[in-house]
Design a protein around this ligand. Sequence first.
Ligand code: DON
Length: 569
Amino acid sequence: MKHWVSMASWAVSAFLISGLTLGTPSEHAAAFKAEAVAADHFEASKAGAEVLAAGGNAADAAAATMLALGVVNPASSGLGGGGFALYYHAKDGSLTFLDFRERAPRATVPTMFDAETERQPGPANAPSQLGGLAAGVPGEPAGIEALVDRFGKLPLDAVVAPALRLAEDGFAVTDALAKMGEAFDVQLRKDTVMAKWDLRPGAILKRPALARVLRAFAAKGARVVYGGIIGQEMVASVQAHGGIMTLNDLYAYRVRDREPLEASAFGYRWVTAPPPSAGGFTMIQSLSILERVVGKDPDRGAALLHAMAESWKGPFLDRQRYFGDPDQVILPVEGMLSPSRVDQRATLAGDGRAHPSGEYDLPIEWTRQSATAPDNAGTSHLCVVDAEGNVASVTTTVNLPFGARFTGGGIVMNDEMDDFSRAGGEANAFGLVGGHRNLPGPWKRPVSTMSPTIVLQAGHPVLCVGASGGSRIVTATQQVAMNVLLHGMDAGEAVSAPRIHHQGIPDTLRVEQVAPLASELQDALRGLGHRIEPIYNIANVQVIQIERQPERGLHAASDPRKGGRPAGR
Ligand code: DON
């Protein structure tokens, strides 16, 4: 069983891609003077740009882009999912982190995924991945509403308009969507809404069931899901698919404001996702280790790649041991990031050889406290910068492609419950083995890797970046940011460059097939003791570089691995 799941985890990753050959001429990058949107689907970037041109700001445009993504790429994100948004408010320089991640239904118990059940045909078919039990209570509708209400300038219906138009008039199915549709076809055919979709490349797909939801959302806001007719239909469908979600779970859902994590490294201020993401923590610890090991101005050679791989091993072990929903478990974030711990790990990472991951395990001495009051692929990252200088960095997801592969009220439901740990210690779809603090529990949010990030210099944002791609989100985000900020690449080059990935367990350094690392670098890494294995690709990154001098210009890029394209003016 354990073996099967971990094999499946890498098999699933093969669906999280589009299969473009990198390096071919492409429109994945562009420069803009005033405002830009980089999403992983051109129609979604255009939806955001349209809202900017109509007088909206970065919050309005991010919301419009999220809604459009839910229409044009139902495999990756949508109203049935959730995510994180990091928002830079130019007027006062403040940064707000909104957590609209799904949370478990109230009736959830830690052992709910332990029983062996008969599996339906098709990939990713564990009970935490497919069907009613897999679906967490969606946060996306509340997250979109919070972004618009708190930071936006336009009424909700203006923000919904481009997505509604796409749902009603239809859009051409991309190669990326067609590939995922093919891979999951046997399951999609069982859903009354998705069975009707023609997902052949270039086919025009209309989404009338979702258009009805979008019209209701535009008129009445998120309450149509959190208690209204759409919510009632959603709960009925979840329960008909064997789930335990109730209307009360929807009523009780709340977006959470959280303090973003941040660190100074390489002359920049890096602001990123806090728990329940472990991604931001991984990036911040890695950067601190790297600065100690490779100095302030490293070349992009084997020494840096080696140090990077080593720097990720410890934080991924910390994730397993300590991470859970910060509303329900106390996380020793300060202890985990303590300078002495960074020093110890930096000493290992800097001694010129690859260490087994276990050597980076540094248990923290602290009083373990129990829970406080209980209270190719899914996922998409987008960046928006508006003419006022506001920045939105948003990662949104239904988890695996097409989420739990059923619809409720016309909305594709997530399978975010797979991000919890299993009591039995099996890995999730991304090969991540979680600890007891991340076991499923009532109204608990599962640990994530999503890492929407904004990097600042001298008080000004210089980069918006983030990714989709499960456990590989954070390592890819960090590499693209370093490519721009440390290695002087332009945005387009930075997202196309080959990437590596290490997540502690398995103790393997991954290199991409779609963008292979130069063979001499691979040889050098092998020589340092790394066990190298290929993987089709490592995540999909969207980025906007914000130039400060002499005239503010924006360089936006969507990852050619997923076929997106930025828009703006
Ligand atoms: O929150 C997380 O880390 C995962 N649910 C993200 C899943 C993902 O990125 C899927 N694929 N590309």
